[in-house]
Design a protein around this ligand. Structure first.
Ligand SMILES: [Zn+2]
Ligand SMILES: [Zn+2]
Ligand SMILES: [Zn+2]
Ligand SMILES: [Zn+2]
Length: 348
């Protein structure tokens, strides 16, 4: 009997202090596993949530992940489902005490009308209008557990998971930029000739800038290009200057997809490629999607699905049209077709 108590104590110690994780490069980090999402895991480190590729860890950690995955867990608190009463909703299981509304925090009794997000989060239907949704992944945010860093100054909200991976400063933006370029180069997109400035800004700034170019919709990024043509009578030289505005706080993956979209605009702008908004934005969304294809997590597939299913006549319809074109032509011919639409300004 005393043996069991001893084991139990050990177990509690384990969960309080977190497990030590070791990467293949040999660095260590203490953290609690709370989620496995395809080839990534979520670790809670000092109260913050982080995401890592499973590949990064040593075999003993991978084994731990495998074993962890085998145990049935509560969808809300990710702790093991014991012998107590369990509630089920769709594919998700919950401790009875964890089966509660994300707005009012009251346990569901059964028989109430509920509304659910794509991630298994639930609220009373009558509380849905009060629910705050993550601006990126549309997860309903737990009001009870919401921290100040999930509330952005410009009125957006982020779930704990997206906020923990949010790109807020230029240093992380630089990491995103480095991650995006190999994909763009592989597609045949050349790097800009002109100077590019990237600015992380709030929704208010993007909307103000959007007025300048008559852009509309739920914009996550925006590019303004200015050019100058200089001629000495014999040769004509064009110089470009680009300013990319990107919403701050988007998780790494989304930020990369938006940045790729904006670099596609720069590529088009430097070549003076013109067409209707659905063709232009559809093309930029194709480039954006290419950065998401490699990502296996659920967030990437949600962003892709939003793009595929969007009923926006420019971004959605345009994307589907260009996707068809890509299927017919392939990347090299599609880029050539775009280049053929180049209309450099007439110059005397
Ligand atoms: Zn639970
Ligand atoms: Zn409620
Ligand atoms: Zn989110
Ligand atoms: Zn665009």
């Amino acid at each position: 009997m005393s043996h069991f108590i001893c084991l139990l104590n050990l177990c509690i110690l384990c969960t309080v202090h977190g497990r030590v994780w070791t990467t293949v490069e040999g660095s260590t980090q203490e953290g609690d596993l709370f989620e496995i999402d395809s080839d990534q895991i979520g670790l809670r480190i000092k109260g913050r949530e982080y995401r890592f590729k499973i590949d990064r860890f040593v075999p003993s950690d991978k084994k731990f992940i495998q074993e962890w995955a085998k145990v049935p867990r509560c969808h809300r608190c990710s702790k093991q489902l014991g012998n107590g009463r369990i509630k089920e909703a769709g594919n998700y299981k919950f401790h009875e005490a964890c089966f509660k509304c994300l707005v009012c925090d009251k346990v569901f009794q059964g028989g109430e009308k509920l509304k659910r997000d794509e991630w298994g989060g639930m609220v009373h239907a009558k509380h849905f209008h009060q629910a705050k949704m993550c601006d990126t992944c549309s997860r309903i945010i737990s009001m009870n557990a919401m921290s100040p860093k999930q509330v952005f100054k410009d009125g957006r909200f982020a779930c704990a998971s997206c906020a923990s991976d949010g790109v807020f400063e230029s240093q992380r933006m630089e990491e995103v930029r480095k991650r995006v370029w190999p994909t763009l180069v592989a597609l045949g997109i050349s790097s800009p000739i002109g100077n590019v400035r990237i600015r992380l800004v709030g929704k208010d700034v993007i909307e103000r800038q959007a007025l300048k170019i008559n852009a509309r919709g739920n914009l996550r990024g925006l590019t303004l290009t200015t050019y100058k043509i200089v001629s000495d009578g014999k040769t004509v030289r064009t110089s470009f200057d680009h300013e990319i505005f990107i919403l701050y706080g988007m998780p790494h993956i989304e930020c990369a997809s938006v940045l790729a979209h904006e670099y596609a605009h720069i590529w088009l702008n430097e070549k003076f490629i013109e067409d209707t908004p659905p063709v232009i934005e559809g093309f930029c969304n194709l480039i954006s999607e290419a950065t998401l294809v490699k990502e296996k997590g659920k967030l990437a597939s949600i962003i892709r699905n939003n793009m595929k299913q969007s009923d926006n006549p420019v971004y959605g319809t345009g994307y589907r049209r260009m996707k068809q074109r890509l299927t017919v032509l392939g990347w090299p011919a599609l880029l050539d077709e775009m280049k053929s639409k180049s209309k450099p300004p007439a110059f005397r």
